[in-house]
Ligand binder design. Sequence first.
Ligand code: DCT
Ligand code: MG
Length: 401
Amino acid sequence: MEAGRPVKSEQHYLLVNEEHSATSNMHPVNAFAADVISQYACQRRTSLNNYNTKFTDAFETLAENDEFRGNGGPCLAFRRAASVLKFLPFTVVRIKDIEGLPWMGEQVKGIIEDILEEGESPKVTAVLNNEYYKSTKLFTSVFGVGLKTSEKWYRMGLRTLEEIKSFKNLKLTRMQRAGLLHYEDLVSCVSKAEADSAGQIVKDTVRKFSPSALITLTGGFRRGKKTGHDVDFLITVPGSMEEGKLLHQVIDFWDKEGLLLYYDLIESTFEKTKLPSRRVDALDHFQKCFAILKLPKERVNHNSSAISDESAQEEVKDWKAIRMDLVVSPFEQYAFALLGWSGSRQFERDLRRYATHERKMMLDNHALYDRTKKHFLNAASEEEIFAYLGLDYIEPWERNA
Ligand code: DCT
Ligand code: MG
């Protein structure tokens, strides 16, 4: 696992025994696990092949439940456990399999034991049946609805989206109205094919106004995912200082074409003098646009003789609403923006935690700062950022932590 490729097993065994000669009573396999598997997701290559979905789904449910209830500590503990299990190249079948792995605390162990013994964890079942969890999950699945709004609706006794829609005098933001209006399309997720066709639209439009612009598909799709809750694009213009105009031109053009079902354009709030944020989950300061795109559906060949007069008159919906994030970065920050917007969120959290605690550096989506040498480290590629941090390069498809 450390080499990132198959190695001769005798060699491995020797290596482990040498390194642990002082602790020779340790089981070699466990010694190996404890030694090799880092507590940091940015030192683990995590592909999309998850052999432990039974466990990781359970932990993600528990993490989400804690997030809904504002229990930051337990939430993070479950997320970290899920992340380690996603990395394992085998399915956990007995409790001994997790010995020596990082982030396997008593609570985590107990849940794994329950799943191994009974096929499910009573704690997870209780969460899935819990009314507050179910409502919060449903409400926050609406674009524009966060925990605050969700909790308010819950306290008002509301439980379903039908109740929300029909409730008189319920103040909804423009974002929430769009979220409810296009709910079915938006929950059905974006496929890779849809992401690619959105990408073509983005490229065609951006290049109308800036032929040399770089447009990169980021987020989950860059990590090889086949579906996503949205599609994320990063835009930069090499050698330009006026990339700020571009997003306005693109949005205006689409708006006139009737391609936008919703958009919110946020101007850049970046200040050059500011150090990278210490907060692991802090938002960045790029100019960006959160949008709902009216994506034309691929033309399918209908057998026209099969369409009756009646159904021909019915309006066919030939588009799908998809969530799209456009982020514009100055060219000199592009590598940091790309690294930050490629995710996964857990990978990003651990990159920043690693930079802070292991390297006395500060990393965010804009820059890397060396606190010992007291200066910023410029980078033109993700590879350079990993190198500054003293980390082996991890490819985007290995960042599914
Ligand atoms: N990100 C960030 N700052 C934000 C929002 C997101 O740095 N304000 C990062 C974290 C992951 C990445 O950008 C993309 O975010 P999402 O679209 O939420 O995640 P995803 O991995 O693309 O997941 P999905 O496939 O569900 O869209
Ligand atoms: Mg995404």
